[in-house]
Design a protein around this ligand. Structure first.
Ligand SMILES: *[C@@H]1O[C@H](CO)[C@@H](O)[C@H](O)[C@H]1NC(C)=O
Ligand SMILES: *[C@@H]1O[C@H](CO)[C@@H](O)[C@H](O)[C@H]1NC(C)=O
Ligand SMILES: *[C@@H]1O[C@H](CO)[C@@H](O)[C@H](O)[C@H]1NC(C)=O
Ligand SMILES: *[C@@H]1O[C@H](CO)[C@@H](O)[C@H](O)[C@H]1NC(C)=O
Length: 960
């Protein structure tokens, strides 16, 4: 109480002096009552205050109060004479000399400097003379850019909690740890750069050990099993291999065990059955094999074994153990039927992507109990029979995915009782009968997919009145009758696909002011004319009305659709002339005998149309010519300079790889005369030439005989997913990519193939990656104009790549793979990866292959397919990084998820922005908020809801 009054005085008392006089008096009395902070500490705190507030984020730490003990983040002892706790999280602190001041505070117990920009620990801090370390119990340096060796942290006799997560710590010498931290209970080193073996030299009493997100390798060491007090062990997202020793009996207090995202093999260790305290166990995305055993879920409440190679049946009581809450067995090789007994507490069950057969058990939700099941996925199995009507008892169900099975019969009416259902996916089965009219009771529904079944009858009126419906897919059925007029009342429709049915009648009036992007009514029997108000769908990107009986003229108002990219009117009975569309629209009007091209229109053959479209796009949008997709293989064949280098021509050094084939792709004579393949492979055999490593590639600097420097990229081929076996094919792909021209895309000049490796040669204009610029702390805070220009450049490059006749998709799009030619000129790198790497040959899951953690769109886990929408998601994460100044994974939390969680309220959205730049001017602040809206739409959970790159670019340009 006293504290609050006091600070009120400090902030407002000066201005409101007369009014607050009585208050002020009491404040003075309060202050007099507490003993003053001792002089030395008072002076130290004032030093720290100056240091913090002189940083770019100046003034953010409100230290107006005369008594430092009442500053925010400072706690003093009860007598008020000494400082006990300091919490200075997220103040933009980068000056490491703060450690020297702190070292003199010998009374300190808690120090939290998380989420700042500190890059090194000072020698003072590392030395024994730092008296602060004596009494410290809690130290949080998480989310800085500290890149020291762990062995520089010495001598903390009382430290209990040490959080160093999300930094750049390297392993160094860990053997001194137990001596340095004799009281340590909790150690978090997640998201650093630790490599080598899992450390086992900590103090034996350790209770929490978090080492996720490093590069630890080897197998799980036996030494780990001596930590009998462990309650939390997190080794996920490393490169651990081998079988897991069966020593868990000794970890009798373990509550959480996370082994996800490694390459562990063998069986799930049976000794886990002895750990009765274990409540959460995740070992997803490994190579575990063998059978599922009933004991696995005996104690565990949350289980994730998805994306492994587990086989055999699911034991009958596996899903029925009391207390079980979530089970994820997606993408294994499980066989047999789904057990018919379920725990009352089970709320999330994912069994998709296995080889399960039989029927869907009726008792997933017990009508008498309290059905909790809210997330049920049984897709991509071989399930047969009907959809049980008892599913209607699952009153909490919000997602039901039964897609891609062999289910037949009608959809029971009871499904319509699931008032909380948001996503219903039944596509690709053998379902028949009518679409139940009671679906109009599913008032929470946003996605309904009934495509590729045998539904007949009419589309119920009520469907389009569902208040939240955004994605409706009925294509590939036998639905007849007219499209209900109620479609005009839908409010959120983003994609509507009714193609390939037997719909007749006219196209009804379309809704106004909705952001529909896709409308597909093709392959039906629709007649009448194209409604002239179809231009009310102002966000429409794809309009497919092909293969119908439409007649009359093409309404001129269609030209108003600014976002339109694809218009298919083929095979109708349209007449008159086609209005003149912007050249960015791909138009197909074939099969309309009475329809003629408008005068001066631009309908070329599809290929040239696309090329022109691209041309205009780059011209208009980018302002300067950047690119042209050329796929003229003939020209290439004629002009290509081929070098076949025979083995005997090489200076044979042991370590230099033998060139099988090297070829220049560029025709630029500066490069063709400078590039020397032998020099390039020599450079690669010397580690000192490495200047960048990404998830899939290593970059080397190579000096050519004429003195000019090039970058040589080696594609890591250790992974068997790497398709280097088919060298001819790879060479062809690279040559196609080599013809691309865009200033924001890194295009290879030449390639070299050796017996087991592929190398690509580029111009060397490397000034770091975007990730370095934002997060390595070596540069000053990057201003907004630079960040905005990086965002635009990447968007332009990506729009270009997606717009090519054969779209180029990015397998690994992150701030690590975007190089900088200067602080404002980004270049997208690693564009060849999706041709070089075949995720379907991966032993792990697709999402472990497809890119870098933090940038992988959620749907990759299910779809196993690289998509443009997936790239848009990754781009959204890059935008968020530029906006927030934070890495894509922060404290183990993905930036995108964090941002989405704050996106609901405008005051919370503010917190996403990097205050070091958003505060610089009102204009900057407002533009950042506009860009934030774009970023958030890019990272939308549903791929269908994300904008296309072209529109992203347009929105970015318009962001003010
Ligand atoms: C210091 O922080 C610890 C936990 O971080 C807390 O328990 C303690 O109450 C704080 N001390 C004071 C004086 O506020
Ligand atoms: C350290 O700080 C980070 C960021 O402020 C926070 O998320 C984390 O929980 C803290 N660690 C501990 C052990 O309290
Ligand atoms: C994973 O381990 C298996 C078996 O030891 C091995 O064949 C495979 O190459 C490894 N995969 C990766 C990605 O390291
Ligand atoms: C009309 O368009 C078709 C392609 O749809 C094209 O082949 C034809 O050359 C065009 N005719 C004129 C006169 O532009």
């Amino acid at each position: 109480m006293a504290e609050r009054r006091y600070s009120l005085c400090a902030t407002h008392g000066f201005f409101l002096l007369p009014l607050l006089l009585p208050f002020l008096l009491s404040c003075v009395l309060d202050a007099a009552a507490a003993a003053a902070l001792n002089k030395t500490q008072d002076a130290i705190l004032r030093d720290i205050e100056r240091l913090v507030n002189s940083e770019s984020a100046n003034g953010r730490w409100n230290t107006a109060d005369p008594n430092p003990c009442l500053w925010r983040g400072i706690d003093c002892s009860s007598s008020g004479s000494s400082v006990v706790n300091i919490t200075l999280s997220n103040y933009g602190i980068s000056n490491s000399s703060i450690f020297d001041s702190l070292c003199r505070l010998d009374s300190l117990q808690t120090l939290d400097l998380s989420r700042n920009s500190l890059t090194d620990l000072t020698t003072q801090f590392s030395s024994p003379s730092c008296s602060m370390k004596e009494g410290l119990r809690f130290l949080n340096l998480s989310s800085n850019q500290l890149s020291s060796k762990l062995s520089n942290l010495l001598g903390f006799p009382h430290l209990e909690v040490l959080d160093l997560s999300s930094n750049y710590f390297t392993s160094g010498n860990l053997s001194a740890d137990s001596g340095s931290f004799p009281r340590l209970k909790s150690l978090n080193l997640s998201s650093n750069k630790l490599n080598g073996d899992v450390p086992t030299s900590m103090v034996d009493s350790l209770a929490e050990l978090v080492l996720s997100g490093n590069q630890l390798s080897g197998s799980i060491p036996p030494g780990l099993f001596k930590y009998g007090n462990l309650t939390l062990l997190d080794l996920s997202q490393n490169q651990l291999t081998g079988t897991v020793l069966d020593g868990f009996k000794s970890l009798s207090k373990l509550e959480t065990l996370l082994l996800s995202g490694n390459n562990l093999t063998g069986a799930i260790p049976p000794s886990l059955s002895n750990v009765t305290t274990l409540s959460r166990f995740a070992a997803n995305q490994n190579n575990f094999t063998g059978l599922l055993h009933s004991w696995i879920t005996q104690n565990v409440r949350m289980l994730d074994l998805s994306y492994n190679r587990l086989s055999g049946p699911i034991p009958p009581d596996f899903l029925s153990h009391q207390g079980l809450q979530t089970v994820d067995l997606t993408s294994n090789m499980l066989q047999g039927t789904i057990p018919s007994n379920f725990s009352q507490s089970l709320y999330r069950l994912r069994l998709g992507g296995n080889q399960l057969v039989g029927v869907i058990p009726a008792l997933i939700c017990d009508a008498n109990g309290m059905p909790k099941m809210s997330y049920l996925e049984l897709d991509n199995n071989d399930l047969t029979g009907h959809i049980p009507s008892e599913l209607g008892n699952c009153k909490s169900l919000s997602l039901l995915n039964l897609a891609s099975n062999s289910l037949e019969g009608q959809v029971p009416d009871q499904i319509s009782k699931l008032g909380k259902l948001v996503v219903l996916k039944l596509q690709n089965n053998k379902l028949s009968g009518v679409v139940p009219s009671t679906f109009s009771d599913l008032t929470s529904l946003s996605t309904l997919n009934l495509s590729l079944n045998s539904f007949s009858g009419v589309i119920p009126e009520g469907i389009f009145k569902l208040p939240k419906l955004s994605n409706l897919y009925f294509q590939g059925n036998k639905i007849s009758g007219a499209i209900p007029a109620s479609v005009s009342s839908s409010q959120f429709l983003i994609e509507l696909n009714l193609g390939d049915n037997a719909l007749s009648g006219t196209i009804p009036t379309m809704p106004t002011s909705v952001s529909t992007a896709l409308l597909n009514l093709s392959h039906n029997n629709l007649s009448g004319s194209i409604p002239s108000n179809i231009n009310s769908l102002s966000e429409l990107e794809i309009l497919d009305l092909s293969h119908n009986d439409l007649s009359g003229e093409v309404p001129p108002s269609l030209v108003d659709l600014q976002s339109l990219t694809e218009l298919d009117l083929s095979y109708n009975k349209l007449s008159g002339s086609v209005p003149i569309f912007s050249k960015t629209v791909d138009i197909n009007i074939i099969g309309n005998p009475d329809l003629v091209n408008g005068t001066g229109n631009n309908m070329d053959t599809p290929t040239t149309g696309k090329r022109k479209k691209l041309f205009i796009l780059i011209f208009v949008i980018a302002g300067a010519l950047a690119g042209l997709c050329v796929l003229a293989v003939i020209i290439m064949l004629l002009s290509k300079r081929v070098y076949r280098i025979e083995d005997e021509g090489l200076p044979v050094e042991e370590s230099v790889p033998h060139i099988i084939n090297g070829r220049l792709i560029t025709m630029n004579s500066i490069h063709t005369s400078a590039v020397d393949f032998v020099k390039a492979v020599e450079a690669v055999s010397n580690h000192q030439n490495i200047f960048l490593k990404t998830r899939f590639c290593t970059y080397y600097k190579a000096v050519m005989p004429n003195g000019s420097t090039y970058s040589v990229k080696k594609l890591h081929s250790s992974d068997k997913i790497f398709q280097i076996g088919s060298q001819e094919k790879f060479a062809r792909e690279i040559e196609v990519l080599g013809k691309l021209t865009n200033s924001n895309v890194m295009v290879p000049l030449a390639y070299i193939l050796t017996i087991d490796c592929a190398y690509l040669i580029y111009e060397h204009a490397y000034k770091g990656t975007v990730s370095d610029l934002l997060h390595d702390g070596k540069s000053d805070v990057i201003d907004w104009p630079s960040r905005y220009s990086i965002a635009l450049g990447v968007a332009q490059g990506l729009t270009f790549l997606h717009g090519c006749t054969q779209p180029v998709l990015l397998l690994d799009l992150s701030t690590r793979t975007i190089h900088l030619k200067s602080t404002k000129e980004p270049q997208i790198g690693d564009i060849e990866l999706y041709k070089a790497i075949d995720p379907s040959r991966s032993t792990g899951s697709f999402s472990t292959i497809a890119g870098t953690v933090g940038y992988i769109p959620p749907e990759y886990a299910y779809t196993m397919r690289l998509t443009m929408a997936g790239n848009v998601y990754s781009f959204g994460v890059i935008l968020l990084e530029l906006l927030a100044g934070k890495p894509s994974v922060n404290d183990g939390i993905e930036l995108a998820k964090w941002a989405l969680s704050l996106s609901g309220r405008s005051d919370q959205r503010e917190q996403i922005l990097d205050t070091r730049v958003s505060g610089t001017s009102i204009a900057v602040h407002s533009q950042m908020l506009s860009v934030l809206n774009i970023a958030l739409s890019c990272v939308a959970f549903s791929p269908d809801a994300r904008p296309k790159m072209r529109n992203v670019l347009r929105m970015l340009f318009n962001a003010k």
